[in-house]
Design a binder for this molecule. Structure first.
Ligand code: NAD
Length: 501
């Protein structure tokens, strides 16, 4: 499919992708693929007001019926999977398989949310007072503001929107300024779902905001938006989290990672090899769960590291829409410069760098393709504490597992972690209270590639939010505790006597 065919399949017209001020360049070759219109601050406020009205109508629709809208959306996504997956490749530079995978994740969360729409359960709790009943009731919140990063341009919206909608909320989505076209495409698909669903879906139930961070800031500041679910860098989350807390709003923060794999002396090295290579080069190192640090036991270091170096050198790099490509481009020049700066810093601290340079510059002078870098940290520096959003794997040798786990945890971020071992004592230590401190701790699986059934998110500067499966739906609702007295007395809790006679 060419660009025009992709747009047509997704219902995007010239009015959507031409004539605007926000120019969109494909990371594949740097070509301009769209010029979309940006929202203004006043326009954003109007959309928020519309979202409030939509919420007031939507909360009255029963939850299973709300689930029906999400079921229809999931079916439309099934029909449009190839087109939307291709657009993800075109706009974000992911390889086609990962573009398809991202849309599959949208379909999966829609299916999950449809089931959830019949399971918004609360507890019943025994009362200490006679002839009293206590229960928890979960209520919708209001408009949910979603902020997303460029590297998961469509899935992050769906993780939030599918659950928020079945919970009875409206949504407003501030997409990344680097990937607005995929957001506009999702809006088209959502509008199609609403048309099929009928009048129960109010106008403005889900809306997209296009523009820079000032648009996001307007949404973050609005008291009409009780929940902000923000995905992006720790720097962004630090600002957004504080602003939402300042107005006593709720936030779900899904921020940066600095993920590590530990390979013990008892590891199946073939498995570890596969997990490490996919974890580092997948999405060209631009996943929040990308493997960035590797702790390798000294006994297996010399077996494993040369294999990884040669795999990095042999990875097929190129146009992400070509089925044979395993590694597409970095998102832009800034990203390339950040990668090169990080490699210089590593070198000046005793790191031995293999790979990491620019490639295909003749074929794509306006795009940034790189070889994955493996950096053996042999100097004083025994850890890396910042996230560079690029395919760089820092490798550290270790002797003692407790020391490896300590170093894994001794960073500000806490998203994903993994251990490769066939030794049950090591595996269970890693997932124990003295083991990994991350939101995700895998055994014999790499750091990236989570399923939607589990709660996704991380600790510390990763923000503490949880999305997707498990009980993440509760984050999109407010908990009401209700005690009902069906006696003719009014006994007080804790046995307090308060005689008004
Ligand atoms: P970014 O922080 O630059 O931007 C993310 C979004 O935040 C964009 O839509 C941007 O416009 C918006 N934004 C920035 N400042 C804002 C402000 N002050 N107020 C309101 N909105 C604001 O991130 P990026 O470069 O697009 O994405 C890469 C980062 O995202 C990495 O750090 C990566 O680890 C992280 N990420 C985390 C997860 C996760 O689930 N934990 C998932 C994907 C990406």
């Amino acid at each position: 499919m060419n660009t025009q065919e992709i747009y047509a399949a997704l219902g995007l017209s010239d009015a959507d992708v031409k004539g605007g001020d926000l120019k969109v360049y494909s990371p594949i070759d740097g070509a301009e693929i769209a010029a979309v219109k940006m929202d203004t601050v006043a326009g954003t406020e109007a959309k928020i007001a519309k979202s409030v009205e939509a919420f007031k109508a939507w909360r009255n629709v029963t939850a299973p019926r709300r689930g029906e809208l999400v079921r229809i959306l999931g079916n439309i996504l099934r029909d449009k999977k190839e087109a939307l997956g291709s657009l993800v490749s075109l706009e974000a530079g992911k390889i086609y398989q990962e573009g398809l995978g991202e849309v599959q994740e949208m379909i999966d969360i829609c299916d999950y949310a449809v089931g959830q729409s019949r399971m918004l359960h609360g507890l019943t709790i025994v009362s200490e007072r006679p002839l009293h009943k206590m229960r928890e009731i979960w209520q919708p919140l209001g408009p949910v503001g979603i902020i997303s990063a460029f590297n998961f341009p469509v899935a992050v919206w769906s993780w939030n929107a599918a659950l928020a909608l079945v919970c009875g909320n409206s949504t407003i989505w501030k997409s990344s300024e680097k990937s607005p076209v995929t957001a506009l495409a999702c809006q088209k698909l959502f509008d199609m779902a609403c048309a099929e669903f009928g009048d129960d879906a109010p106008a403005g139930l889900s809306q997209v905001l296009t523009g820079d961070r000032d648009i996001g800031e307007t949404m973050v500041a609005s008291e009409s938006v009780p929940l902000i679910s923000a995905t992006g860098s720790c720097a962004m989350g630090r600002i957004v989290g504080a602003k939402v807390a300042g107005r006593f709003g709720k936030s779900i923060l899904e921020l940066g990672g600095n993920n590590a794999i530990t390979v013990t002396a008892h590891a199946d090295l073939d498995l570890a090899f596969q997990g490490i290579v996919f974890g580092t080069v997948g999405t060209c190192g631009q996943r929040c769960t990308t493997t960035r640090r590797l702790f390798v036991h000294e006994d297996v270091y010399d077996d494993l590291i040369p294999r990884i170096k040669s795999a990095f050198a042999g990875v097929s790099i190129g146009n992400p829409l070509d089925e044979n490509t395993l590694m597409g481009p970095l998102i832009d020049e800034d990203s390339f410069n950040n990668m090169q700066n990080a490699l210089e810093v590593a070198k000046s601290n005793g790191g031995e760098v293999t790979g990491g340079g620019r490639t295909l510059a003749d074929e794509y002078p306006n795009a940034y393709y790189v070889n994955a870098a493996l950096v053996e940290m042999k100097g004083e520096m025994n850890n890396i504490k910042t996230e560079t959003f690029a395919p760089i794997l820092y490798v550290f040798k270790y002797t003692d597992l407790d020391d490896a786990i300590h170093r894994q945890n001794d960073v500000p971020q806490g998203l994903s972690s993994a251990i490769f071992t066939t030794n049950i004592l090591e595996a269970e230590t890693f997932t124990s209270e003295t083991g990994s401190d991350c939101g995700i701790a895998n055994v014999n699986i790499g750091t990236s590639g989570a399923e939607i059934g589990g709660a996704f998110g991380g600790e510390k500067e990763t923000g503490g939010g949880r999305e997707s499966g498990s009980d993440a739906w509760r984050g999109y609702m407010r908990r009401m505790t209700s005690t009902v007295n069906y006696s003719t007395e009014l006994p007080l809790a804790q046995g307090i006597k308060f005689d008004t006679e």
